[in-house]
Ligand binder design. Structure first.
Ligand code: SAM
Length: 467
C-alpha cells in the first residue's frame, strides 16, 4: 500500500472509524496527515507522518539561536512589579500575593511587546517569531480537490450518525464569561495573568443571575459559567453562586468552566447543583503541553481533573485547539486516542487564533478546514457527543458555525455576558461577540440554522446517557 494513501483508502478508514468508533494510533496519523497534507501544512515534509506540522512548525535549529530570549529576559527583570499589580490589583490578601508571586515570567512579554520572556526560556532559545517565519502556510483548502472530497464524505457520514441520535436539533448554551482574571499564564491565551494590557473585570453574583434571567427569557436552559482561574472566586463563592442559580432555575443545566481544581472542590460544586464541566485538555501530548504552558501547569493534572470530574458524575467536556504552535499530526492522533479513552460527553474543538499580547502573537492560527475535519471525526468516534461549533471557528470562518453544524457539531454557545464586558474576554484577536454570537440574536441564529435544515432546541440538551 502506498504510504501516502489515496482517497479511497481514507474513505475506508472513515468507514472503519464509524463502525468501530475507534482507530489505532497509526491509522489516525494516516488519516489526519493525509488531510493536513492537502491543506499545505504537512506537505513538503516527509509526508503524512507523526511529526508533520499542523500548527506553526518547529523553528529551524540553525536560526533558533537568534531568539529574543535574552532581550525579553532583561525586560522581565524590570517589569515584574507593574504587571503583577495590574493582574492582582483587584485581588485581595493571600490571593494577591499568590498571583504576584508567580508573575515574573509572564510580565516579560507585556513589556517586551514582541516575543516572550518565559516562553523563550522555556523553549530553550526558540523564539515565536522564528516559528512564524517558518510556518508552511495556511492554505484555505486542498489544491487538488481530494481534501474536499474526503470532507464531503466524512461530513455526510457524521451528519447521518448525529441525526440518528439527536435528529436535526441544535442545542444552545448561554455563555456567561464571568471573570477574565486568571492566575495562569498559558502562552496562547489573551487573559493569561502576564497580559498587563488586558482590561480585567469580574461580574458580581447579582450580575450573573441577571444574565441567567435574561437568558431564560430568551429560551436558554443551560448556563455555562466560564472564566479564568480567578483567586477571588473561592470555592465558597462558587458554591454560593451555583446554589443560587440552581434555586432560581431548577429546570436548567449549570455548566462550569473554571479550570483546574481539587477533587474536593469539584465535588462541592456538584453537590451545590452543577451538572456539567468543560475543561479542555488542550493537547494530550506531554511534550507539546509543556511548550504551550509554563512549568507549573501539567498535562498530568489536567487529566487527573477530567477523570475526577467524570467519576463524580458530571457530564464532562475535554477538547483541544487545532493548529496550536508545534502541534503535529502525531499530537492530534494523541488527542483522539485520549478522547477515545476518556469518552467525554462533550468535546470542544476550535482553531488556535493568536492574540497580539501573548508569547504566540506571531504564530500562525489553525485552519477552519482541519477543525471541521476533526469535528466530523469526533462525531464518528462518539456518536452521542455534544459537540459545539465554537466561537473560535466562527471567528476563523464567517459561516464557521453553520459549517461546524454541517460537519457534525450539534451545539452553539451564544454569549450571554453583559455587552460592556464581552470585548474584554479576549482569548484571541478579533473574537466575535456580536451578530449570531450574541444571545440576543437568537432569532437570527434560528433562521440561519433553519436555512441549513436544523432546528434550535429549547431544552437542557443533555447527553443521551443523562436523559
Ligand atoms: N480557565 C478555564 C480553563 O482553563 O479551562 C476556562 C477558560 S479558558 C480561557 C477556555 C479555553 O479557551 C481554553 O481551554 C483554550 O482552549 C481556549 N483558548 C485560549 N486561548 C486561545 C486562543 N488563543 N485561541 C483559541 N482558543 C483559545
Amino acid at each position: 500500500m502506498n504510504s501516502r494513501g489515496g482517497l479511497e483508502e481514507m474513505k475506508a478508514l472513515i468507514l472503519k472509524l464509524e463502525e468501530k468508533r475507534m482507530l489505532d494510533r497509526e491509522e489516525f496519523v494516516r488519516l489526519i496527515g493525509w488531510r493536513a497534507a492537502r491543506l499545505g501544512r504537512a506537505a513538503g515534509s516527509p509526508g503524512e507522518q507523526e511529526g508533520s506540522p499542523v500548527g506553526s512548525p518547529l523553528p529551524d535549529p540553525a536560526v533558533a539561536g537568534k531568539s529574543t530570549g535574552g532581550a525579553a529576559q532583561n525586560d522581565a527583570g524590570k517589569s515584574t512589579g507593574g504587571a503583577a499589580q495590574n493582574v492582582a490589583g483587584k485581588v485581595t490578601g493571600e490571593a494577591a500575593r499568590d498571583v504576584a508571586g508567580n508573575v515574573t515570567g509572564g510580565a516579560a512579554q507585556n513589556v517586551a511587546g514582541k516575543v516572550t520572556g518565559e516562553a523563550a526560556g522555556n523553549f530553550a532559545g526558540e523564539s515565536t517569531g522564528q516559528v512564524a517565519q517558518k510556518a508552511v502556510g495556511n492554505a484555505a483548502g486542498g489544491a487538488d480537490g481530494e481534501g474536499e472530497a474526503l470532507d464531503a464524505f466524512l461530513f455526510d457520514r457524521a451528519d447521518r450518525v448525529r441525526k440518528a441520535i439527536y435528529g436535526n436539533k441544535v442545542y444552545i448554551r448561554g455563555l456567561i464569561e464571568f471573570t477574565n482574571y486568571c492566575r495562569n499564564n498559558c502562552y496562547y491565551c489573551g487573559i493569561r495573568r502576564g497580559n498587563g494590557r488586558a482590561s480585567r473585570y469580574r461580574l458580581t453574583e447579582e450580575e450573573i443571575l441577571a444574565c441567567c434571567r435574561s437568558g431564560y427569557e430568551l429560551g436558554f436552559r443551560t448556563f455555562v459559567l466560564q472564566g479564568g482561574e480567578d483567586p477571588y472566586h473561592t470555592d465558597d463563592r462558587v458554591v454560593k453562586l451555583v446554589a443560587a442559580i440552581r434555586a432560581e432555575f431548577p429546570d436548567c443545566a449549570i455548566t462550569l468552566s473554571i479550570g483546574e481544581k481539587s477533587r474536593e472542590s469539584y465535588q462541592r460544586f456538584y453537590d451545590a447543583g452543577a451538572d456539567r464541566y468543560l475543561l479542555r485538555h488542550e493537547t494530550a501530548d506531554d511534550a507539546h503541553y509543556r511548550r504551550l504552558h509554563p512549568p507549573e501547569l501539567s498535562l498530568e493534572n489536567r487529566r487527573r481533573c477530567l477523570w475526577d470530574l467524570k467519576e463524580i458524575g458530571y457530564q464532562v467536556g475535554c477538547g483541544f485547539m487545532v493548529g496550536s504552535p508545534w502541534q503535529t499530526v502525531g499530537c492530534l492522533a494523541q488527542d483522539l486516542m485520549f478522547i477515545g479513552e476518556l469518552e467525554p460527553h462533550m468535546v470542544g474543538i476550535g482553531p488556535f487564533i493568536p492574540h497580539r499580547d501573548t508569547p504566540f502573537a506571531q504564530c500562525e492560527g489553525g485552519t477552519a478546514e482541519m477543525t471541521l475535519f476533526l469535528l466530523g471525526v469526533c462525531r464518528l468516534m462518539l456518536p452521542e457527543v455534544l459537540l459545539p461549533a465554537t466561537t473560535a471557528l466562527g471567528t476563523a470562518l464567517a459561516d464557521g458555525r453553520e459549517q461546524g453544524i454541517k460537519a457534525g457539531a450539534n451545539v452553539v454557545m451564544p454569549n450571554l455576558s453583559p455587552g460592556n464586558v464581552r470585548k474584554k474576554y479576549l482569548l484571541y484577536d478579533n473574537k466575535i461577540c456580536t451578530g449570531d454570537e450574541a444571545a440576543e440574536s437568537l432569532q437570527s441564529l434560528r433562521e440561519h440554522m433553519a436555512g441549513i435544515g436544523y432546528e434550535v432546541a429549547v431544552d437542557r440538551g443533555d447527553h443521551k446517557k443523562y436523559i
